[in-house]
Write a protein that binds this ligand. Structure first.
Ligand code: XIL
Length: 372
């Protein structure tokens, strides 16, 4: 018995000395906020190299967002054809590890097939017809996952960076009506699910204030909206902590929950000083923007650790306002930033490396911040 205790102590000490904590991030952040990851088909299947995804998820994450599997084009590719199976599997996986699922996303201008906006003759639908289609879509999805999907990004990215409404096909046909009606339908179908508006660049005051005004309008119309999601696709230097903090404070002040829903930190340079995550803003590949094909230099890794540390210190400071931090992916190899805004680069934005190994320096610091 004594020997057994001694040997487990030695194993534990060894683990710690290698910086591998037995405890996951979700344990360290229990009661502070949920720790989430976006996963895609490959992680759900968990074959080959992706096998390890399931044990990483089980150890560190208590929230899972489908990176693509619930988007309109994936789950509802053709009229009257729903492709639920991949999403069903994701929900099964989440339940098997005790993680809550965030449904991303019901209404968006991207990854939505053209047929959605058109009648059988290929003419654009008018407002009422388009809203009917949207309501049918919301009803089908939310009825299926009632009680199993904890929350939804009901509407994604309806506002431009300058604070004006995005002139999407949704907006062209209905104005802002589609947004209110989406929340109303979502509340009706699953009254227990949390409902959010989600967008990038929410540190930009004009954009954030429009989102807040929108959320208040929805609430004043007697329709429920629980929170505002800040995607959190950030760079090493920008946005500043002050800019991020201002948004946390403003959103919370108006009585909405705050969550960081798609966190990653891009260390690669860009042809223009772009911000945010407009998935249509892409560039041709150029080698000069693909700096770190053989690994991240130590000084950049240090900057990444520091940036994650500062961000998490800020998040922790506002733990009473923030309910969840979700990474947009598990490991660098699976990050969308390898292919956006330029295809074929080597990106380093997440907290697991390309071999699914923990970036111990970052994870260690995150544990320490939780314990402060
Ligand atoms: C991205 C996915 O990560 C990619 O795999 C896909 O090709 C394009 O969409 N904002 C969002 C996410 O709300 O849904 C986007 O995800 C990234 C930007």
């Amino acid at each position: 018995m004594k020997n057994l205790k001694l040997s487990s102590l030695i194993i534990l000490l060894t683990l710690f000395s290698y910086g591998v904590k037995a405890q996951g991030l979700k344990n360290s952040y229990e009661g502070i906020f949920d720790i989430g990851a976006a996963i895609d088909q490959r992680q759900v299947n968990g074959n080959g190299k992706d096998q390890i995804a399931h044990s990483i998820l089980a150890k560190h994450f208590n929230s899972i967002t489908p990176e693509n599997l619930m988007k309109w084009g994936s789950i509802h590719p053709r009229p009257n054809t729903y492709n639920f199976e991949p999403m069903d599997k994701l929900v099964d996986l989440a339940e098997s590890i005790g993680a809550r699922v965030v449904g991303h996303t019901l209404v968006w201008h991207n990854q939505t097939p053209n047929w959605v906006y058109e009648n059988e003759q290929g003419e654009r639908l008018d407002g009422p017809a388009l809203i009917q289609r949207m309501e049918d879509h919301i009803t089908a999805i939310m009825s299926r996952y009632k009680g199993r999907v904890f929350a939804y990004d009901v509407v994604n990215e309806a506002i431009f960076d300058n604070g004006e409404y995005r002139t999407s096909k949704w907006y062209e046909a209905t104005g802002t009506e589609f947004i209110k009606r989406a929340f109303a339908k979502a509340e009706e179908i699953d009254p227990d699910a949390e409902l959010y508006y989600n967008d990038y660049n929410m540190w930009k005051p004009a954009k954030r204030e429009t989102a807040i005004a929108l959320a208040k309008e929805i609430r004043e119309a007697g329709i429920r909206i629980d929170g505002i999601g800040l995607q959190g696709h950030y760079g090493l230097e920008s946005p500043s902590l002050e800019e991020i903090e201002a948004s946390i404070l403003r959103i919370a002040e108006e009585g909405f929950k705050v969550m960081f829903t798609e966190v990653d930190i891009d260390v690669l340079p860009n042809p223009v000083n772009r911000h945010g995550a407009d998935i249509d803003a892409t560039f041709e590949f150029e080698e000069q923007y693909n700096l770190y094909t053989d690994g991240l230099p130590a000084e950049i890794q240090e900057k990444l650790v520091k940036r994650y540390a500062e961000l998490f210190e800020l998040f922790k400071k506002h733990e009473d306002k923030i309910t969840r931090i979700t990474y947009w992916g598990i490991h660098d190899g699976g990050s969308w930033l390898n292919n956006w805004p330029m295809r074929g680069r080597t990106a380093y934005p997440l907290i697991f490396d390309r071999n699914y190994q923990e970036k111990q320096d970052i994870i260690q610091v995150l544990h320490e911040i939780a314990a402060k």
